[in-house]
Design a protein around this ligand. Sequence first.
Ligand code: NAD
Length: 481
Amino acid sequence: MSRASWPQFITDVFDHAAPVGASTFDVKNPATGAVLGTVADMTAADARQAVADARGAFKAWSQETAKSRTAAMMAWHDLIVAHVDELAQLLTLEMGKPLMEAKGEILHGASYITWFAEEAKRLYGDIIPTNAPGRRLMVVKQPIGVVAAITPWNFPSAMIMRKVAPAIAAGCTVVIKPAEDTPLSAVALVLLAKRAGLPDDVIKLVTCSQPAEVAKALTDHPDVRKLSFTGSTRVGKLLMRNCANTVKKVSLELGGNAPFIVFDDADLDQAADAAMLAKFRNAGQTCISANRFLVQIGVYEAFAAKLEARVAALTLGDGMAPETTVGPLINDGAVSKVESLVRHAAACGAEVRTGGYAVDGQGTFFPPTILTGGTPDLTIADTEIFGPVAALYRFKDEDEAVRVANDTPYGLASYVFTQDMGRIWRVSEALEYGMVAVNEGTVSSEAAPFGGVKESGIGREGSRYGLDEFVEIKYIGIGGL
Ligand code: NAD
């Protein structure tokens, strides 16, 4: 799509992304390498100003009735849905995923806005039975204050909505720092919030090319009372350390190393269909991507064959092309990392059944790949691949499957395929993961708690548990009654 033919809304987003006179940085289309446009390159001082503005807006916003906050959020939601096609185009242009997936991401993200807009009305406190005559014990839930939301490039729209919706529903104000590869989706969402009539400064945006400096300004700031971060475990640990100085509440949604366990008694077509979703959606660049396919010996070859047939039907290409089912990876670094993992696995004896090596030419494309015959001690098995590579490993029995699945510092999503109800319970309870998907290929929903254990994170997003992350619990005791 040429710039001249962009819809008016996309042009508006570019106008807002880089105010006249601001220093800027370039945003590129990973499918072509072309510069899409420029975005304001904000500094630590800008971040501190954004916090001051958000702090200024906090009192009035937190004192609005829940009903009035709900109405403002619903207006934002409705504008997002009305602009879903342009938002999806923008997302695909800056991030690469196929247009249909981008549209799905926008609508999925928007579902968090309606969910939390409704949930805000039910943010109940408690009256506790008294422990002494003449005394009453009450618990109220109050918004925590200014929230810093730091988000990754792989879901540049949904990750923002999943954080901002519960925060503003609870009565908090938010400063968003989006990933430097994908700031345009953030600019678009904030522009729509403004058009929907959300008060100025309830949602602030700090786009920048130097995340360390800006994130430090946010995590150092005493008026930021909560950090909600989604990204790598490495950066999550660093930010958590920074937050310790001012003892902020933190939620961290970090990396994963999801096992995808297929037992002999599984419905293999169901498992292979789910594998396509769990592995190849977003070109494998999701924190809940299946990273290790653990397949029981008796069905190993049959499952590999079914997966291979489905992978053959995928089309790699520019996400803007309607036939594309797998887009480019985010940048050159991602391609080299994925390719080196595959080369190393092949050198250690794994068989590259299909795909395997980067595609020459424009863009950052890596073909859907299947590796068989590897062992769980390979580097690729304990690294978050973040690419369209399905690596299959054999196991003998249930104990071995659970042991290998849990043998990682990560604990985000896991997948289990079996028809045995007893095994469903046993394995689900034994897996050291925040989420277990049984006989299905996805776990993300606005109605369910999303999050990890171990080094995959702290806290939950979505569901009523997601709202608790943005409130303080206050006890009020009244004596002398
Ligand atoms: P990343 O950690 O490099 O970046 C995430 C955010 O942190 C970005 O906004 C980035 O600008 C910022 N950042 C980068 N370096 C920083 C630094 N030194 N100091 C402060 N901030 C810094 O991660 P990414 O590559 O953008 O995203 C991929 C990672 O995110 C993967 O590990 C993936 O599993 C994880 N992820 C997790 C979830 C989840 O819900 N658990 C969801 C999506 C992605």
